[in-house]
Design a protein around this ligand. Structure first.
Ligand SMILES: Nc1ncnc2c1ncn2[C@@H]1O[C@H](COP(=O)(O)OP(=O)(O)OP(=O)(O)O)[C@@H](O)[C@H]1O
Ligand SMILES: [Mg+2]
Length: 315
């Protein structure tokens, strides 16, 4: 298996309160509280561990909240490399109300990242992804500019490291210019990237093929409960997601990223990568909070995923 390193620029402690109802000017008691490590990079690394794929996590933590996160993650990551900075790692808060059912989310800001810290992180990323793969995912601290993944991907690619980018908005539109090896936008992120609505599978397939032709080797588009599309040198493939009971969608995309890369980094083909990616995502939506798939769930889903090849008219 090739080296894999996952970057986590802006992790968080996720606190989830379950309450009956928010009331103005009244103190509400939660009847259930969860503390989970958060941030896309952390989730991707946790998913790799479940898949029994060793991946390094290059992550910045700060203060007492950072210490708490590193404790919680003790058994969840194979190869963590924490860099400590001043300040406090952010806390994200989710309030799940039951009457009426609704969810409120407040994300903390996290510390600004000093350039010496960014430099150390980048060095770790090179070291642990050597001749292999680097995963660039999630939103960076506010003081970094939105071309951060473009800059990192350009430098890593020049050093022979293949990048997987999973990001949104200007982070993604800037990153694609550096031709990452793999991208995995969801349908909304793809629509923002190409600045138009995509309503049919043929339209999505055609856009994925155009992006592949621009020099990105694997273009995975995740489509939530509708499954996923892939354009690669082997062709264009679509698979629907298995119908499963959905408990929490948190981490579905991150699980898919780990599933996809664990196949590709092991020399596997497009169809197997798509199949395992979908099984991991659809496994995770069945778990509460930020809990991820189990291999038992994934193994039960794999054979239910049927892949079809898409032929674009006139191409
Ligand atoms: N309702 C669902 N039922 C079954 N599978 C699902 C459902 N939602 C998501 N999935 C699975 O998870 C995969 C990734 O989902 P999605 O497209 O929502 O990713 P995402 O938007 O990037 O997620 P995230 O919010 O974690 O970033 C899908 O391709 C599918 O396999
Ligand atoms: Mg996503």
């Amino acid at each position: 298996m090739a080296n894999i390193a996952v970057l986590s620029l802006n992790p968080a402690l996720d606190v989830t309160y379950k309450i009956q109802k928010l009331v103005d000017d009244e103190k509400i008691h939660s009847f259930e509280t969860r503390f989970d490590p958060g941030g896309n990079g952390i989730n991707v690394s946790r998913a790799f561990k479940r898949l029994n794929v060793r991946a390094a996590t290059c992550c910045v933590l700060a203060g007492k909240i950072g210490t708490l996160i590193s404790d919680i993650l003790k058994n969840e990551l194979d190869d963590p490399h924490f860099i400590w900075e001043d300040g406090e790692t952010r806390i994200n808060c989710v309030i799940q109300q039951s009457e009426p059912v609704s969810q409120y989310e407040i994300n903390g800001m996290g510390p600004s990242m000093g350039f010496s810290i960014l430099d150390k992180l980048e060095k770790d990323l090179y070291l642990y992804s050597k001749e292999g793969y680097a995963v660039l995912t999630g939103s960076p601290p506010l003081n970094l500019t939105s071309d951060i993944y473009n800059i990192l991907c350009t430098r890593l690619s020049n050093a022979g490291i293949k990048c997987l980018v999973d990001a949104d908005g200007s982070l993604l539109s800037s990153a694609v210019k550096s031709k990452p090896f793999i991208i995995k936008p969801n349908i909304h992120e793809l629509e923002r990237l190409v600045k138009r609505n995509l309503t049919s599978n043929l339209e999505i397939a055609s856009v994925a093929a155009d992006i592949y032709n621009s020099g990105i080797e694997y273009v995975f588009i995740s489509l939530g409960h509708k499954g996923a599309m892939l354009a690669s040198k082997e062709g264009i493939f679509y698979a629907s997601a298995p119908e499963v009971p959905v408990v929490s969608r948190v981490g579905a995309g991150d699980s898919m990223v780990a599933g996809i890369l664990s196949v590709i980094a092991n020399g596997g083909g497009s169809e197997d990568a798509l199949r395992l990616g979908i099984a991991c995502g659809s496994g995770t939506v069945q778990m509460p909070g930020t809990e991820l798939f189990t291999m038992e769930l994934v193994n039960g889903l794999i054979d239910r995923i049927k892949i079809e090849r898409i032929n674009l008219p006139g191409r």
